[in-house]
Every structure is written in C-alpha cells, then in structure tokens.
Design a protein around this ligand. Structure first.
Ligand code: FAD
Length: 453
C-alpha cells in the first residue's frame, strides 16, 4: 500500500506523528504543494526561506520530496489517483484558509474513497481543545495558559533519525524542482531546515533559557531564541521544546513555556474568531479617527522605511528589512507607534509585517497586532500606549540596539541616542526630524478612544 504525506507546516521528519500515521499504511509519497495563492501572499523573504527549507527536507527524504504546483484541491486528488493512495495524511491546519481548503479537499477525496487523515497540528494542544468549566473557549490569556498547562500534551514522536529508518519514501516520479526563490538584496536569512532548528534549540536550552526571564525584553542583548522562524515552518514542533523544558527548573524555563502558550492561545482565539484575520474584534475608536489619503501614506512610508525620527521605532523597522525578523519588544513599540501615534489602521501594519517577516504567521501576526491596537478580546486596553523614548531607555539602556540599526546615530553616545532632538543638529545631521510629537498624538488617540466609550 502507498499513502501520501502532504507536508505543510511540518517541514521535518522528527516528532511528526502524521508522518508515522502515513508510514503505518505502507510506502510514503512525500508531497509538498506549491499553492500559488500562498506563494504569492508569502512575500519574498518567506518564499526564499521556504525554498531553502524544502531543499533541506528533500535531502532528508533522500531526494524523494515530490513538489507539485497548483491548487491542492486539484493536485492532491490527482496524485492520489496516480499512485493509488490508501490515504492522505496531514497535520491539521487551524487558520481559516487552511481549514476551508482541507474541508473542500476532504470532500473531493471522499468521492474517490480516499480518506484525509489529520494527526496532530502545529501546536502542543490542538486549538479548540482547551475550554473553561462551561465548555467555552477562553477570551483572556492567563486563565487559558493555566488550563492549557493542566490539559498537558503528548510526549514527542520518534526523532528524525528513527523516522528516516522507519519510513520508506516512495519514488513518485518527476515533480517540479524545489523552487529557487532569490533572497532579497540586503536580507540575511537564518539557516533553514530541521537540523539547524534542533541545533539552535539545543544552544538556547543550554545557554539562553536560564537568563530568559531577565533578558528577553532587551533587544540590545539579542537573548531570545529566534525559534519563531522554525516554529512557523514546523521545522521543530513545540512539543519537542516543551518536553525539554520540563526537565529544567527556574523562572527562565517557566517564562519560555509561557511564551509558547501565547502562540497556542492566538491559534485558539483565531479558530473561534476567524474574522479576526481582518476585522477588529472590538472596535475602539471611531472610523474618522484614522489618518487618510496623502497624510496616511506619508506616515506609513516613513514608518515602513524606518524614518520616523523615533530611534527605537526606526531601528526596529530597519531590522525587519535586514533580517526578516524583529525583537518582540520592538514589534510592540513599532506597532503601537503606527496605530496610536500615526493613526494608521493596524491592518496596514500587519500587511507590511506579513510581507517582510520570515516568521510571518497569520494567527500570531494578526492577533498580536490586535493586542497592541487594543482591539482584541484580551486585556490590552487601547489607552496602553507605548512611549518610544522610555521603552528605549528602559530596554536598550546604552542605545546599542539603536546604533546597530541606525547608522546616522552611530556617533551619539549612550542613552542620549533615544532623544536625538535634544542634541545639536550637528550630532546626527542625516537623521530625520521627528515626524510627530508623541505626547500630542497620545492625547489625540486617548481623545478618540474616550469618544467611543
Ligand atoms: P522568544 O522570546 O524566544 O519566544 C519563544 C517562542 O515563543 C517564539 O519563537 C514564539 O513562537 C513564541 N512567542 C513569543 N512571544 C510571542 C507572542 N507575543 N505571541 C505569540 N507567540 C510568541 N510571532 C510569530 O511567530 N509570527 C508573527 O507573524 C508575529 N507577528 C507579531 C506581530 C506583532 C505586532 C507583535 C507584537 C508580535 C508578533 N509575533 C509574531 C510574536 C513575537 O514577537 C515573536 O514570536 C518573537 O519575537 C519571536 O522571536 P523569538 O523566537 O526569539 O521569541
């Protein structure tokens, strides 16, 4: 018998229960479908990373990864017919697009008596499983995290070496070549693939986790794991991470587990509120509070190119362009600045992030944007407005992060770098003037918020 394992957000062999479920049926055709809709939506940095990750997976399967291009609802049933598949195995998708697609595909395959078998998901606890005492989903993070932890998760499935020994990958004939997507100029991508992800995690576990609770908010120290990228692509499963964390004591391990819980919470919220991909869950300011026309465009362009005159904001936006990644604290500051200082809707910022982030992920991106904008269901009131100067002096106290990304400010010493407008113009002649006055725009935002209450 031959089964198909359709790789999607699980570009790994290790700790992959769906792949083992396919192998239980016999030979396995390893399939990746280049869905033109997702490929176009991905943005050049994510396309380039995906191409590298697929090349790594192809090598792991002994060159047997079959890449086909097209609508999965055409490609998968036609391959199933070609190879006489007994079943098509996947890890479940939970985002709205993926769920709709899988539902449609399941019906098409059923017409041919081929089951679509979902085993596991990209999360430790499949979204939808954690419920409160009345059987309803949680709206707020902290009680969700508690219940999620109590619910618990399975131990990891066999690792890559054991899996490679067990699974017989079938040669299903010619497919497309793994796409060669160019890396945009000036962008530095991390190494893709399962081996690199596991190596990264081993280093983090040995070194950074112990300091994580104290240092995770410091962009200057670069002390977070950067595992969001391999987690996005499923080069590592969160269960692997949680199993290793269970053997560590201390606040660092606890805080790290809590961040993984945020990832699971957002997936759960989006499952129950699929429209949150585009719509504010709680509208908090009147429609006429938003900038429009040329004013909006000018503000957006300055923000996107890292030229607002607020050093921490500009450093973050430039890091995004150079690394396809940004530190979490800085993501919050730049997002708050766009929405509350420049009065641009969160959806525009979220689109820009999705175009550039290598870890760009619908549940995490859209719901974090809603959290910062104060439009989500979680406790993030609209009046919580990040001050880009005090955030800078607190979390980048010597200004090292800003100087790294904003060369025009390289000669400004220490924390003075966070308020260049207080220095003589000659100290940073090429750095832009402040686009807006934070104190003033904060008051405007609060006024708009009050008017809706
Ligand atoms: P670490 O600090 O090492 O955390 C470990 C893991 O925990 C991360 O890899 C991630 O999987 C998870 N995690 C940490 N913080 C969060 C969080 N706030 N929400 C959800 N999961 C979290 N993360 C994405 O993966 N994709 C996105 O598209 C994305 N967009 C964001 C947009 C905005 C406006 C904001 C404020 C945050 C966004 N995040 C997103 C969450 C967070 O910024 C990144 O996950 C984190 O910066 C990744 O770096 P790291 O792996 O070093 O994190």
């Amino acid at each position: 018998m031959t089964a198909i394992h359709w790789f999607r957000r699980d570009l790994r062999l290790g700790d992959n229960p769906a792949l083992h479920a396919a192998a239980d049926e016999g030979d396995v055709v390893a399939l990746y479908v280049l869905d033109p809709r997702l490929w176009a939506a991905a943005g050049a940095p994510r396309r380039a990373y995906l191409a590298r990750s697929l090349a790594a997976l192809d090598a792991q399967t002994g060159g047997r990864l079959l890449v086909r291009r097209g609508d999965p609802c055409d490609v998968v049933p036609s391959l199933a017919r070609e190879v006489g598949a007994s079943g098509v195995h996947v890890a479940a998708s939970v985002e709205p697009y993926g769920r709709r697609r899988d539902g449609a595909l399941e019906r098409l395959l059923a017409d041919e008596d081929v089951p679509l078998v979902r085993t596991g998901s990209p999360y430790a606890v499949t979204p939808g499983r954690v419920r409160n005492g009345s059987g309803n989903p949680y709206q707020v993070f902290t009680p969700f995290r508690r219940a999620w932890h109590e619910h618990g998760w399975r131990s990891p499935a066999p690792d890559a070496v054991a899996t490679a020994r067990r699974v017989a990958f079938a040669d299903a004939g010619p497919g497309e070549l793994v796409p060669d997507a160019p890396v945009p100029d000036g962008l530095e991508l991390p190494t893709a693939g399962e081996a690199a992800a596991l190596e990264r995690w081993a280093e983090v576990l040995d070194d950074r986790v112990a300091r994580y609770a104290d240092e995770r908010d410091r962009p200057d120290l670069d002390s977070t794991s950067r595992l969001s990228v391999p987690l996005k692509w499923g080069e590592i499963h969160p269960r692997t991470i949680l199993a290793d964390l269970a053997s560590r004591r201390g606040e660092g391990a606890e805080t790290f587990r809590s961040q993984i819980a945020w990832r699971e919470f957002h997936a759960d919220v989006l499952l129950h509120h699929p429209r949150a991909v585009r719509e504010s869950m709680t509208p908090v300011v009147p429609e006429d509070a938003w900038a429009t026309g040329a004013r909006e465009q000018e503000a957006f362009d300055a923000w996107a190119s890292g030229r607002t005159g607020y050093p921490l904001v500009d450093a973050g936006m430039r890091q995004l362009r150079h690394e396809g990644w940004m530190h979490n604290r800085v993501r919050m500051v730049v997002a708050s600045f766009l929405v509350k200082d420049l009065h641009v809707r969160w959806q525009r910022g979220a689109d820009h992030f999705m175009a550039w982030l290598v870890d760009g992920d619908v549940p995490q991106n859209q719901l974090n944007w809603q959290w910062v904008a104060g439009t989500g269901r979680d406790a993030a009131p609209y009046f919580r407005i990040f001050n880009p100067v005090t955030q800078g002096t607190r979390f980048d106290p010597d200004g090292r992060y800003v100087r790294r990304w904003v060369p025009e400010l390289r000669d400004v010493p220490g924390r003075a770098v966070h308020e260049p407008w207080k220095l003589p113009r000659s100290a940073a002649p090429d750095y832009p003037e402040r686009l807006v006055d934070h104190a003033r725009e904060r008051a405007v935002s609060l006024g708009a918020y009050q008017s809706m209450r």
